[in-house]
Design a protein around this ligand. Structure first.
Ligand SMILES: C[S@@+](CC[C@H](N)C(=O)[O-])C[C@H]1O[C@@H](n2cnc3c(N)ncnc32)[C@H](O)[C@@H]1O
Length: 207
């Protein structure tokens, strides 16, 4: 039976791509991933399939059916496949494939490293694809910093927090485009984030 690899490719820069990720990705017939993940493998000579937010379900099913047809496939998952990544959608389609998960460095890990925050002492939550919700509000007053993957735009998350009674002066850091040459760490208030513009690639830390 052919094999499906779910390969974590890290936050973006090839500096954070592991040897294990490179080995797995170079061993397959088909590589599936977003453009920024595929760009990490410019020398790959097999078939590639482009993953976009809007064709996610279709590409997950297609990857599974390629494996069923005998092809070895790697789905590239930015960061780690197990955190808001491709592991859950694949397990929901079929949980009995010959599957190997290759972990990657999550954007959350790099955010914590940049800000020198110990993982022991934080709340971690993803709102990605779920919408802003009380789930984040429930964490904010337990004395720990909270690292959040926003649903979509970080400024919308800040507006949601203010709209739900969080002090607009509360301190936050937005970690934008981590590991890329234009990486930016913006420390300010929730109010400032609500009216600033950020790219899609952001992690927010709420103190
Ligand atoms: C589909 S989720 C994937 C998360 C990924 N599995 C991980 O472990 O980082 C995509 C979200 O992760 C965050 N993200 C991914 N790469 C990032 C980066 N280089 N800098 C900041 N945030 C990033 C952004 O919030 C983005 O919207």
């Amino acid at each position: 039976m052919a094999k499906l690899y779910l390969v974590g490719t890290g936050p973006g820069s090839s500096d954070y791509l592991t040897e294990a990720a490179i080995k797995a990705s170079e061993s397959v017939d088909v590589l599936v991933g977003s453009q920024r993940a595929l760009d990490l493998f410019p020398g790959f000579s097999g078939e590639t399939l482009l993953l976009k937010a809007r064709n996610m379900d279709e590409m997950m099913k297609k990857s599974v059916s390629l494996v069923e047809d005998g092809k070895n496939v790697a789905i590239l998952s930015t960061g780690d496949p197990g955190f808001s990544g491709v592991l859950k959608p694949i397990m929901n389609i079929r949980d009995d494939l010959d599957l190997e998960v290759v972990p990657g460095i999550s954007s959350l890990q790099l955010a914590a490293a940049r800000l020198q925050i110990s993982w022991d002492d934080v709340n971690l939550i993803t709102l990605h694809g779920k919408g802003n919700s009380d789930a984040v509000l429930d964490l904010l007053d337990n004395g720990k910093a909270t690292i959040v993957l926003p649903d979509f735009r970080v400024e919308k998350l800040a507006q949601f927090l203010i709209g739900n009674g969080i002090n607009p002066e509360r301190k936050v850091t937005v970690c934008e485009r981590l590991s890329y040459p234009d990486e930016r760490l913006f420390t300010g208030t929730v109010k400032e984030v609500a009216s600033e513009e950020f790219s899609y690639l952001c992690v927010m830390v709420i103190y």
